[in-house]
Design a protein around this ligand. Structure first.
Ligand code: ADP
Length: 506
């Protein structure tokens, strides 16, 4: 029996990882590339954990066993660790699946068919699944169980976003009331503050299994509801977010999504660490998704990829037309609405536009209609297609990212390496990773604009067209973009420094 908070069989097959590694980190994430992904969160947790393990940390990652994973990844094996949690008015049963891609890295997947064997991760055409809070509270409980009863318990639990928000509270609760004297310290990383895991307050005990005494202004209560993100922000020992500028922005009313007071209060425990790029996957000279290759100083392959891509997606095959690309969730956050309006304002110019994305049905229709109006000039690809994303980045001359807010953003980092000059709104991680010519005429890498509206973006697009007409200047931007280094080493070192820092908050 693992303990008073659960029942279950003791894990016979859970050998400790090799003793050579030092600090043991348990990541808890609702997505984890390459096993599950809807966006940047999955890529960040996948790359961070692999790089931490390669750097000598002992790393365990826990995420759900979603539909089809066991069949798609034959390395995944069921363990004999079954458990039952007293949640939702009755016992919820789960089981861990495991695989070990490398000596220091252990991946665990929690199986609970009712919660996780579904067609998509978070919702369907009717909207978000109504029981999302329950699903991810269950994941947090499974994480607490692991952290307590693994033969090699972690020193840190590192949770990601609202889906892991309950875990810091669970750890703090059990440390105080359940004699968990060697409880790990907890870090919560905010990947996107706009998603807060809120639900009706009267569901609290049923969904979390914790007392209502945590529901107050300085606890999990949030504007009359309960918020799992707030529970995590209040109880985690250390808070991080995915860029220094976003760490600042979320303490302001404009970007704080109602949490700015709380985050200002914890400002000294809130650290901004820019995500890195996995250059073994995102590169232009050894990439299975590209039929050609190119590198700094030899962009002939890029021109060939552009021609092939133009033909593939129905654009006119013309080297003399600058190709603008946008790959994103089609949502207001990403500026998908005013993106089209801005291009409408520069119709008299020569350019091409390719958009790859899915999201809000209104924006999907608007993108499709825009492309039908200008065949050969605008291409709409309304689907999720990772391989096409690589081809588009490689073909692009400019990459457009007009986000209203952007905690880190990954596509601008890929664009830099792929020689596609990013045009970004000056916010969050876009602010930190792109250098406008006004900031440095010696080392510019992209174009930044301020207001999130069509006029400001159209102005930035005209600047891009001016750069396009000056091949020396275009090369200057590309050179500095392609040599910019956003590899994971720096971010891994920054997280490591935090794990080693004495925690003073609690
Ligand atoms: P977010 O996590 O807010 O969606 P990011 O820029 O941090 O935004 O990460 C999004 C990731 O998902 C990028 O790697 C992007 O290329 C990828 N992506 C988004 N939409 C699509 C799509 N329709 N097809 C392929 N990749 C996509």
């Amino acid at each position: 029996m693992p303990g008073p908070d659960s029942t279950g069989t003791f894990p016979k097959t859970f050998d400790p990882s090799p003793q050579s590694a030092t600090v043991h980190i348990l990541h808890l994430s609702s997505e984890f590339h390459p096993y599950s992904k809807t966006g940047g969160l999955a890529e960040m947790v996948g790359a961070l954990s692999r790089n931490q393990a390669a750097n000598g940390l002992k790393v365990t990652v826990l995420s759900p066993l979603y539909r089809g994973l066991a069949a798609k990844f034959p390395d995944l094996r069921p363990t004999d660790w079954h458990f039952d949690l007293p949640l939702r008015d009755h016992w919820q049963s789960g089981r861990f699946w495991e695989c070990r891609p490398s000596a220091n890295l252990r991946l665990l997947f929690v199986e609970h068919p009712e919660f996780f064997d579904r067609p998509t991760l978070y919702g369907d055409v009717r909207g978000e699944y109504p029981d999302n809070a329950e699903r991810y509270c269950f994941l947090s409980h499974a994480g607490a169980l692991l952290a307590r009863y693994l033969p090699d318990p972690p020193q840190w639990i590192h949770g990601h976003d609202w889906q892991a928000g309950l875990l810091p509270l669970l750890v703090s609760h059990r440390r105080r009331f359940d004699r968990w004297t060697r409880a790990p310290r907890t870090m919560l990383t905010i990947h996107n503050l706009a998603y807060q895991g809120t639900f009706p307050i009267d569901q609290w005990d049923r969904i979390t299994g914790l007392p209502r005494s945590y529901l107050h202004l300085d606890g999990a209560e949030f504007f009359g509801g309960a918020s799992l993100l707030k529970a995590g922000l209040v109880h985690a020992d250390v808070l991080t977010t995915v860029s220094p500028h976003y760490a600042h922005e979320i303490t302001t009313e404009e970007y704080g999504c109602g949490m700015e007071g709380l985050l200002t209060h914890w400002r000294k425990d809130l650290h901004g660490i820019l995500n890195g790029v996995d250059y073994t996957e995102w590169n232009t000279d050894n990439n299975p998704h590209l039929h050609d290759s190119y590198r700094l100083g030899d962009l002939a392959g890029k021109a060939r990829i552009k021609a092939a891509l133009q033909a593939e997606i129905g654009l006119e095959v013309r080297a003399d037309r600058p190709l603008f690309v946008n790959i994103s969730r089609l949502e207001a956050q990403k500026g998908s609405d005013y993106l089209l309006e801005a291009f409408q304002q520069i119709l008299e110019e020569n350019w091409q536009l390719a958009i790859l994305g899915t999201g809000n049905p209104l924006f999907e229709t608007a993108v499709r209609n825009f492309s039908k109006l200008y065949p050969g000039r605008i291409a709409a690809q309304i689907r999720f297609d990772a391989a096409l994303a690589h081809r588009l980045e490689a073909a692009a001359d400019f990459f457009v990212m007009p986000s209203r807010f952007e905690p880190c953003g990954l596509n601008q980092l890929y664009s830099l390496r792929y020689g596609a000059v990013p045009i970004v709104r000056d916010t969050g991680g876009l602010h930190d990773s792109v250098v406008d010519i006004r900031e440095s005429s010696e080392r510019p890498t992209g174009i930044k604009f301020g207001r999130p509206d069509a006029e400001a973006l159209a102005h930035a697009l005209r600047k891009a067209l001016a750069i396009w007409r000056d091949s020396g200047l275009l090369d200057h931007f590309r050179w500095h973009g392609m040599t910019a280094d956003f590899s994971w080493q720096r971010s891994v070192a920054e997280y490591q420094a935090l794990y080693e820092m004495p925690v003073t908050r609690k």
